[in-house]
Design a protein around this ligand. Structure first.
Ligand code: SPD
Length: 386
C-alpha cells in the first residue's frame, strides 16, 4: 500500500467517525445461536428492614447506630406475647423480615417452615456464639439452620422487697418464692400492694404446672386441670395481667410479679435511678425457675433477607452482645461478648446465675399445637374467674 492509499484510508476512518450520514449503515451482525438464558440477577434490595421484637429488649441507640453505619432504615415494632407473634406468623405475609420468637413456640414454627435458613456465609460474626447455647438450641432448630440467640433468661418472681415485707406484716418470707404468687396464705396479704401475672397462657400455665409438681412442659389436659384448680384459689387476689411489667413494679402498681429475670432487673435499676427507697429484686425460687431462649429468625417471606443478614451479623458483634447484657440485663448467647460485660452485671446472680442455680433451671420443652390450644382455654377460663 503506497502513501496515497494510506492517506485515503485514514481520511475514510476520520469521516466515518464524524458520522457521515450519507454512508449506508453496515449490515447487522448475524444473530448469535440461542443459548440457555442466564438466571436474572435479583433486583437490589431497598434499604429497609422490618423487625418485630419484644418491648424493652434492644439497647438504646443500637438501631440508630446500625442505620447510620449501613444506610438501612429500620422499622421496629413490638409484640408482648409469643401468642401474638405466632398468630401473625401463621397468618403469613407478616411484612416483617426479622422476628424474635421464644422457645415455647420456635420449635413448632421452625418445623412448620415459617423461617428461611440462614446463609452463614453472610454472618462472619456467627463464630462469636457460645457453642453451649447453640447446642441447647438444637432442640428447637435441628442443625442450627434458622435461629440465632437474641437473649436468654428465666421466668421467675420479682418483688418490691420493701412493700412485700410491709404487706406480710411479720409473716416470714417463704422458702420457695413461688408461694408468694401461688399460695393463698401469701396472696391474701400481698393483694393489698398488688400482684401481677404475665398475660399469656404459655407463661402462666407452665410455671403453675411446675408449682403443683407436674412437668412444666406437660402436654396433658389433666395436668392443666390440676394447675388451673390451684390458680383458681388465688384468682381473686391477682390485680394485674400484663406482659410489660417493668413499669408496674418500678412504678408501684405491683409489689410482686411473675416476670422475666431481665425485666425485673431493669425495674430494679429504674427504682435506683429514680432514687426510690424501695428495693426491687428478682428472686431465685428454691424449686427452680423456667429458662427461656429468645431467638432471631428471618421470616419465610421476608422482602429484605440481605438486610436481615446484615442486622443479624451486626447484632452478633461482641460489642452488641455486651450492650444487650449491660443495658437490658439478659445474657445473650454471645461468648465473645462476655469479657466486655461490666462487672456489676456479670456479677449479678439473678442475670448470670451461678452453676448451682443453673442446674435448677427448668429447660424449655415442646408443646404440641393441641396442647397450646388446651392451655389457652384453661388460662382464659382462669383469668375470667370461671
Ligand atoms: N423485655 C423483653 C423480655 C422478653 C421476654 N421473652 C420471654 C419469653 C419467655 N417465654
Amino acid at each position: 500500500m503506497n502513501k496515497h492509499v494510506l492517506a485515503l484510508a485514514a481520511a475514510a476512518v476520520l469521516l466515518a467517525s464524524c458520522g457521515k450520514k450519507e454512508e449506508p449503515a453496515p449490515a447487522p451482525a448475524p444473530a448469535p445461536a440461542p443459548v440457555a438464558a442466564a438466571p436474572a440477577a435479583p433486583p437490589p434490595e431497598e434499604k429497609v428492614l422490618n423487625i418485630y421484637n419484644w418491648p424493652d429488649y434492644v439497647p438504646e441507640g443500637m438501631i440508630a447506630a446500625f442505620e447510620k453505619e449501613t444506610g438501612i432504615k429500620v422499622n421496629y415494632d413490638t409484640f408482648e406475647t409469643n401468642e401474638a407473634l405466632n398468630a401473625k406468623l401463621v397468618a403469613g405475609n407478616t411484612g416483617y423480615d426479622i422476628v424474635v420468637p421464644g422457645t415455647a413456640f420456635s420449635p413448632a414454627q421452625t418445623e412448620a417452615g415459617l423461617f428461611q435458613p440462614l446463609d452463614k456465609a453472610k454472618l462472619p460474626n456467627y463464630k462469636n456464639l457460645d457453642p453451649a447455647i447453640m447446642g441447647a438450641l438444637v432442640k428447637a432448630d435441628p442443625d442450627n439452620k434458622h435461629l440465632v440467640p437474641w437473649a436468654w433468661g428465666f421466668t421467675t418472681v420479682g418483688i418490691n422487697k420493701t412493700k412485700v415485707e410491709k404487706a406480710l406484716k411479720g409473716m416470714a418470707m417463704p422458702e420457695n418464692a413461688w408461694d408468694l404468687v401461688f399460695k393463698p396464705e401469701y396472696t391474701a396479704k400481698l393483694k393489698s400492694c398488688g400482684i401481677a401475672y404475665l398475660d399469656s397462657p404459655t407463661e402462666i400455665i407452665p410455671v403453675a404446672l411446675h408449682y403443683v409438681g407436674k412437668d412444666a412442659y406437660s402436654n396433658s389436659a389433666e395436668d392443666y386441670k390440676v394447675a388451673t384448680d390451684m390458680l383458681a384459689k388465688v384468682r381473686k387476689d391477682i390485680r394485674i395481667f400484663s406482659s410489660t411489667m417493668i413499669d408496674d413494679i418500678a412504678g408501684g402498681k405491683a409489689c410482686v410479679a411473675i416476670g422475666w429475670s431481665g425485666d425485673i432487673n431493669i425495674a430494679a435499676g429504674r427504682a435506683k435511678e429514680n432514687k426510690s427507697k424501695d428495693v426491687i429484686e428478682a428472686l431465685l425460687p428454691s424449686t427452680g425457675a423456667l429458662a427461656f431462649f429468645d431467638t432471631m429468625a428471618i421470616t419465610k417471606d421476608a422482602k429484605h433477607p440481605g438486610n436481615a443478614h446484615a442486622f443479624i451479623d451486626y447484632y452478633l458483634r461482641a460489642e452488641s452482645g455486651a450492650l444487650v447484657s449491660n443495658e437490658m440485663s439478659y445474657p445473650t448467647g454471645n461468648k465473645a461478648a462476655m469479657e466486655k460485660i461490666n462487672p456489676e452485671t456479670a456479677g449479678n446472680k439473678t442475670i448470670f446465675v451461678d452453676a448451682d442455680y443453673a442446674a435448677k433451671l427448668i429447660q424449655p420443652g415442646k408443646f404440641t399445637n393441641e396442647s397450646r390450644e388446651a392451655m389457652a382455654t384453661a388460662y382464659n377460663a382462669f383469668k375470667a374467674g370461671k
